[in-house]
Design a protein around this ligand. Sequence first.
Ligand code: NAD
Ligand code: MG
Length: 360
Amino acid sequence: MRTVKLDLGPDSYDIVIGRGLLAQVERMTALLPQKRAAIVTNTTVAALYLAPLQKALEAAGVQIIPIVLPDGEQYKTWETLNLIFDGLLTARAERKTTLIALGGGVVGDMTGFAAAVYQRGVPFIQIPTTLLAQVDSSVGGKTAINHPLGKNMIGSFYQPQLVLADLASLDTLPDREYSAGLAEVIKYGLIDDLPFLEWLEANIERLMGRDTDALAYAVERSCQNKARIVGEDEKEHGVRALLNLGHTFGHAIETGLGYGAWLHGEAVAAGMVLAARASYELGQITDADLARIIKLLDAAGLPTMAPALGYERYAALMAQDKKVDAGQIKFIIMRKLGESYMGTLSPEVIAAALQAGCSD
Ligand code: NAD
Ligand code: MG
């Protein structure tokens, strides 16, 4: 068992990583202000993990309100959020009733937002069950739902009291979802952790085999990286933006192809290659560095060529990104391998990166 602390003064919390944590409910019960909690999950995850978690908590004397949502990013909406409130109000959940998110990033983001606003804020625990949620979305307190006019446009910052990343839950994760999570893991190495990047290069086969020890280390190191960055900049005024490496290109890919065609992590992988190609065009990384990045992402089962949408379409899609500041598109660029910064890219550099990095 490994513990990473997210240091946010009075809002600090532990991220606990290990196998079999779902059954060890004392960590949760110790934090509950009343012996009542709602478990929010979706149909897929409920079938796998709701009963054991609910039984273990009930055996510890906790009364459980189960709330099972439909599965999918298309349900990350006001309407589904309201189903959570329906469940809470029908069961007369109170201000001291804790919301437990059991699922991937969609369930985590929606439950976190519900916890932030139900009766102006109730306690919240994250139990992430996808690799992406364990290394990224459950850590850092961003919560949101989608609006028909934009992804994650309605939300708040709201920190959980505890994150429990049970590695055993990843046993049932489909390969494609697992690889998508690895994209965010590799991202931490590229942002500012060259030793981790080198460890990933040496251990990618073990990770692809879902080796427990390798996975525990990768999740821990990823959470340490995210916790450090969020601890420095909780509300994204500066350094937290580095977590968007590959995401400006990636979001353009996701929107350009239509949501759901590529998984987020897949788009981020191809987006990170485009960011690397732009950095190469600027003379900041070598072609050997570029080849290493591509090789690692490829070994992680991720796409390394972006779809050919054309320069104009990419430029238009990227201009709509949330990270646009006074008309300037901010990119995360590699200063060298394992070190990134936020800056702008000229149309020539973007065009050259797309020229080299899009398949036809
Ligand atoms: P997801 O929540 O849709 O989960 C992917 C799929 O895996 C779903 O079908 C889910 O039901 C299924 N699943 C979950 N756990 C499983 C398990 N253990 N075994 C088998 N199947 C399982 O997707 P995701 O990739 O976890 O999260 C993506 C969401 O996270 C997006 O909405 C994104 O906006 C959000 N996100 C938020 C942050 C943040 O900081 N809050 C960061 C990154 C991403
Ligand atoms: Mg991401």
